[in-house]
Design a binder for this molecule. Structure first.
Ligand code: ADP
Length: 510
């Protein structure tokens, strides 16, 4: 309005600007005195519009404009002061409020993480302990909120697991103790080895026998322990069925070593070795062998005397016998022959059993052994009209053997072949020289041997059930096997029931 007033004299448009601003002022009267000043200003302005451009009027208009400005200025300053004071109040109250909030929330801030985190930490620790099978773990939380409930549930679970574990463990411990007691009280020495060869257990008997301490060897590889213990090594590597001789308390003890693979659900669990003390049986067996040796030896002389006497009686130069008497003498001769063979077999057997067999190993012509043996059984073969065929490779090399023992084996095989062949049959002998051995075989076309008995045929005292020959002892083949093996050879049989058998043995080259 002040600017427009200055321009009114030279610019007619300034009147409109003044008018417009005055109307705006008239609609914006807020302060005391402003209304009066504005109304007076309107009055002066109307005079101005009529063409009064006197300085007095200009002065009055200016004065009222200034007055209105001053009033508004004062109002602005007052409001500003009010606003400043309100802001000051607000800051004051905000500071108090913030202090109160901080004072309240500080302890809460410190305690709050612990309030939530502590139960979670306790629970985590508890779970970790339970995972490590520490079932006696309990969580103690006094709160009655969700955390308290959680702790209670955890404790119930841990208690149940503890109960379960302890009932199982005590049961298992009881069973373990019982099995250990049984194993320890066994008369036999027992050693258990797991599937990777570590020693699982060793009972008291095995401890004293092998001079080992359970605590020192359990869990260790058996191979490592065997390195420093010859006896354990022998037991672990033993394949032979012969008893193991161990000298304890200055006396020979005999043990039968048995190894048994243990399986569970077709999965190998390891091996159990048992050393069964068979000393009492062995001693009985030895006394039996000694008795047999004595009896056989004592019988041999009178039987030989009977044989000689019957030969004398049957000699016409001593006196003539009638046909019946000759028949009787012949029977006696056959019986004494059989008895002599039996006593010879028993003597051989006793020698083998006591380990008293003495071999006279030398270079021998294989054919000589065979022809001598054929001569010895020729009469028996003739009696059944059995033809003996001999085939051999030319220029046979000598073998390393005891000629007497080998002839004994050959005669035994030929005697059997004759015994189990039908009349008018034939026996084929083959002597074949090999790379480092000579093979002797005796083949008959007799009754043959059933498959089921083939593996037992070389066992001592084994006779095929219901055999026609009641007088057999079941010792001949067992002795043959021992004689051949003692000379570094090998003997075996092949047979077809009702078609014949072939016994083959080999001896090393000289
Ligand atoms: P023995 O001396 O009493 O004949 P062996 O040990 O020689 O005993 O033979 C054992 C058993 O083997 C005999 O009882 C017999 O049944 C059987 N045997 C042996 N040789 C033959 C063979 N050539 N043919 C059929 N059976 C045989």
């Amino acid at each position: 309005m002040s600017n427009a007033l200055n321009d009114i004299k030279k610019d007619t448009g300034a009147i409109d600007i003044f008018e417009k601003n005055l109307v705006a002022q008239e609609h914006n009267i807020t302060e005391i005195g402003e209304g009066v000043a504005t109304a007076r200003l309107r009055n002066y302005f109307e005079q101005l519009k009529t063409g009064d451009h006197s300085d007095t009027l200009y002065y009055k208009v200016n004065k009222d404009i200034y007055r209105i400005y001053r009033l508004n200025q004062a109002a602005l300053e007052r409001k500003n002061a009010n606003a400043l004071s309100t802001a000051g109040n607000a800051r004051y109250w905000l500071t108090i409020l913030a202090t109160i909030i901080i004072l309240i929330s500080f302890p809460l801030l410190i305690n709050f993480p612990g309030y939530v985190a502590n139960p979670i930490r306790l629970l985590t620790e508890g779970i970790k302990d339970v995972a490590e099978k520490k079932y006696d773990k309990r969580i103690h939380l006094d709160s009655k909120d969700e955390f308290g409930e959680m702790a209670q549930a955890f404790n119930v679970m841990a208690a149940k697991l503890y109960e379960y574990e302890h009932s199982n463990i005590s049961k298992l411990m009881f069973e373990k103790k019982r099995v250990e007691t049984i194993i320890n009280q066994l008369e036999d020495a027992v050693i258990g080895i797991d599937s990777v060869g570590k020693i699982l257990f060793i009972n008291h008997k095995a401890e004293s026998l092998l001079n080992l301490r359970e605590e020192a060897v359990v869990g260790k590889p058996s191979a490592d322990v065997a390195l420093h213990n010859d006896l354990l090594r022998t037991v672990l590597m033993r394949k032979a069925k012969q008893p193991l001789t161990i000298i304890t308390e200055k006396k020979e003890h005999y043990f039968f070593v048995d190894s048994r693979a243990v399986y569970s659900d077709k999965k190998s669990m390891g091996e159990v070795f048992t050393l069964k003390d068979i000393t009492p049986f062995k001693e009985l067996d030895l006394s039996k062998t000694n008795m047999l040796a004595t009896i056989s030896h004592e019988l041999k002389t009178p039987i030989s005397a009977i044989k000689m006497s019957t030969q004398l009686i049957s000699d016409d130069r001593v006196g003539n016998l009638n046909i019946e008497q000759k028949e009787l003498v012949k029977n006696i001769q056959e019986d004494t022959e059989r008895l002599l063979r039996l006593t010879a077999e028993l003597l051989n057997m006793t020698q083998l059993e006591t380990g008293n067999i003495q071999l006279k190993i030398q270079a021998v012509d294989p054919q000589e052994i065979v022809t001598n043996s054929i001569q010895a059984i020729q009469v028996q073969a003739d009696q059944k009209n059995i033809h003996i065929e001999l085939h051999r490779t030319p220029n046979l090399p000598n073998v390393l053997a005891d000629p007497d023992k080998t002839s004994w084996v050959m005669i035994n095989l030929l005697t059997n072949a004759i015994k189990y062949s039908r009349e008018n049959s034939k026996i084929i002998i083959n002597i074949i020289s090999g790379h480092d051995q000579v093979q002797f075989s005796v083949q008959d076309l007799g009754i043959g041997i059933e498959q089921q008995y083939l593996s037992k045929i070389f066992d001592r005292y084994f006779k095929i059930p219901n055999s026609l020959h009641k007088s057999s002892t079941g010792l001949g083949l067992a002795i043959s096997k021992e004689f051949i093996e003692a000379q570094g050879g090998h003997i075996e049989v092949k047979s077809l029931f009702q078609q014949g058998s072939t016994f083959t043995f080999s001896l090393p080259l000289a």
